[in-house]
Design a protein around this ligand. Structure first.
Ligand SMILES: Cc1cc2nc3c(=O)[nH]c(=O)nc-3n(C[C@H](O)[C@H](O)[C@H](O)COP(=O)(O)OP(=O)(O)OC[C@H]3O[C@@H](n4cnc5c(N)ncnc54)[C@H](O)[C@@H]3O)c2cc1C
Length: 241
């Protein structure tokens, strides 16, 4: 028996109209970030989907009426096809399933809610190593129909990028708040060090390089410390299996 992920706190940045930074792309729900901060409370995810799903859908529909499909350059299509079919066209290399399992195990062990610098750095080194193998994935079966191995080869490429982004963000944030507990920075848990870390971690992947910015949180109604948090008898506890 082991715990499973209930919710992804980080995600794609959107504005109040659910627009992403990619023109013509709207997003809502768990794939986005910013609504819940460092911890999503029970029941709020469904409410988020209803509220922001409606906004995103309406905005996207309105935009669709104004524009046509546009043109995609042939060169881009060829490049993407090569990337997607690469593992099917190889006869040897690395098995996607093994690498996928390795990513999952590393994320579970070192990048879960309890993390520390040593473990995060260790995981990061492994992820870089897995990232170097992305172009060497191969599938034993060559079918294009219901080929789980092929699907995993595509997944591994995205998973390892995302794993590196999450690990970099966790390494940068030297404090503990809610579902981010740095064992080497236990102070301020669970409410966080708002003086130094009242920021959002904004990560971009450009030309294979991870770029992280700290963007100050804009508090427009209630600032941290302006409301009283009632103490309850059951304290926050952290357990490492
Ligand atoms: C066990 C569990 C219990 C939960 N209980 C509650 C609860 O009690 N209350 C609450 O509010 N929230 C709860 N949540 C959270 C809530 O269910 C989710 O946050 C919410 O359903 C997310 O909805 P979504 O539409 O944003 O994403 P999803 O429901 O994950 O939908 C994303 C969809 O995109 C599809 N997809 C993915 N990749 C691709 C691709 N490349 N191409 C095309 N499609 C793709 C997926 O197949 C999926 O159908 C729970 C979550 C879990 C895991």
């Amino acid at each position: 028996m082991k715990p499973t992920a209930l919710f992804q706190n980080g995600g794609v940045r959107v504005n109040v109209d659910c627009e992403t930074t990619l023109p013509g792309l709207w997003a809502a729900g768990e794939v986005t970030c910013g609504i819940h901060g460092a911890n999503r409370l029970g029941g709020n995810a469904q409410a988020e989907c209803f509220v922001f799903g409606k906004i995103a859908g309406e905005q996207a529909a309105a935009r669709a009426k104004e524009i046509d499909f546009g043109q995609v350059e042939e060169e881009v299509i060829v490049r993407e096809k090569e990337k997607v079919f690469a593992s099917l066209n190889k006869e040897q290399g690395f098995h996607p399933h093994k690498l996928k399992e390795q990513i999952q195990d590393l994320m579970m062990e070192y990048v879960g809610p309890l993390r520390n610098e040593e473990g995060l750095n260790l995981a990061m080194n492994y992820f870089k190593d897995i990232g170097d193998k992305k172009d060497l994935l191969f599938t034993t079966g060559k079918s294009r129909i219901m080929n789980i191995e092929w699907m995993e080869a595509i997944e591994v490429c995205n998973m390892v990028d995302l794993a590196m982004v999450m690990t970099s963000g966790a390494l940068l944030r030297e404090e503990s708040r809610e579902s981010h507990y740095r064992e080497d920075f236990p102070e301020h848990f669970p409410y966080g060090d708002n003086e130094n870390w009242g920021v959002e971690t904004v990560v971009k992947l450009k030309n294979g390089e991870i770029k992280i910015d700290k963007v100050p949180v804009e508090y427009d109604e209630i600032k941290p410390g302006e409301f009283e948090v009632k103490k309850v008898d059951v304290p926050y506890q952290t357990f490492r299996a």
